[in-house]
Design a protein around this ligand. Structure first.
Ligand SMILES: [Zn+2]
Ligand SMILES: [Zn+2]
Length: 345
């Protein structure tokens, strides 16, 4: 079968490899749709020691497909079932899982290998984080389940309430999902980005105001432009960082109203830091929250939202392409020509 193999930064190859056989508790899935994500692009460019400790490694983690064979002891799934899986499962045993903080699980096992004709899902993910697709939900629309689950997690931490003024910084797929879900929760949403085409997508997702900060190089200029479109110019009740740049983390905090909450969601490069004005932090009583990953509960909510039309997975996809255009698609993402591609093996 054809599978994408990652040999190191900038070196991804489509190769012929033998199909995997599911061991006890595992299932083999014929991939029908696999989606690219920001993590794939980051890994492709810089590598990812946590995701790819041994190379060459299978690549990709957002997918949906049909069960082809099941390993010993699997009772929940049978050949022919349409399924989608998250990219990890918490162990349920460690201190973090015991505290109910499953996104911090010390033993998260990562699934890689979605960009292939077939993938074997590890037993822990089969047991806790694999789901049958709701009727009417297509493989393409279900593939971006994992990022949506992380956004559901971010929404749970945000405390966004009916009527809140929410500013979402960044209008890539993650930002668009926040715009959509914050709108569903009854907030008025401002989308901030440097790309006119991404901001148009944010408008379609529900943003009532868009702020294009292209050309606004001075932080003060950007902060003023963003605050100007919030109620009385006071700032956001809730600010969401969905870009993954330290300067945007700072911009997110600097555009809060007194007492506001910032959800610092995007993952900046390792080793970077950001700063917050101490007087503002103190006198304005900000709440700053880091959010990482998801839990099975968030994954289940994400599936429900995809299944009931709360969010249309297809609306996040720039284009659907055959699997042999994977590298070209990552290059298009790097060049800012597209933000998410679905690849069909
Ligand atoms: Zn992803
Ligand atoms: Zn754990």
């Amino acid at each position: 079968m054809k599978a994408a193999m990652f040999y190191g930064p900038g070196d991804l190859r489509l190769e012929d490899i033998p199909e995997g056989t599911p061991g006890p508790g595992e299932i083999a899935v014929e991939v029908k749709a696999a989606a690219t994500c920001g993590t794939d692009l980051k890994s492709y460019r810089r590598g990812h020691p946590k995701l790819f400790p041994i190379m060459p490694a299978r690549f990709g983690h957002e997918f949906a497909g049909v069960v082809s064979t099941v390993g010993a002891g699997v009772t929940k799934f049978s050949p022919g079932m349409r399924v989608v899986a998250a990219n990890t499962a918490p162990c349920g045993q460690c201190w973090a899982c015991t505290l109910g903080r499953e996104s911090l699980c010390e033993n998260l096992e990562f699934l890689n290998g979605a960009f292939a004709e077939q993938v074997v899902i590890p037993a822990s993910i089969v047991a806790r984080n694999t789901y049958e697709l709701p009727e009417g939900l297509s493989f393409e629309a279900a593939a971006p389940l994992e990022p949506l689950a992380t956004v559901v997690h971010g929404m749970a931490e945000s405390g966004i309430a009916l009527g809140d003024a929410v500013v979402v910084h960044g209008a890539g797929p993650i930002g668009l999902m926040f715009v959509r879900l914050a709108t569903l929760r009854g907030a008025t949403v401002v989308s901030v980005d440097r790309s006119a085409w991404r901001l148009e997508q944010a408008r379609t997702a529900g943003a009532t105001e868009i702020v294009n900060i292209a050309g606004a190089d001075a932080p003060d200029e950007r902060i003023a432009a963003i605050k100007a479109v919030t109620p009385s110019g006071r700032g956001a009740d809730v600010g969401i960082e969905a870009a993954g740049h330290p300067e945007v983390w700072e911009q997110t905090v600097a555009t809060l109203r007194p007492g506001g909450t910032a959800v610092l969601f995007g993952g900046p490069p390792k080793g970077t830091s950001f700063s917050v004005d101490t007087a503002a932090m103190h006198y304005n009583e900000y709440t700053l929250k880091g959010v990482f990953h998801h839990t099975p509960r968030h994954v289940e909510t994400a599936i429900r939202l995809l299944g009931n039309g709360g969010i249309d997975g297809n609306s996040l996809v720039t284009e659907t392409r055959p699997l042999n255009r994977l590298i070209e698609s990552l290059e298009d993402m790097a060049a800012g020509r597209g933000s998410k591609y679905v690849l069909i093996p």
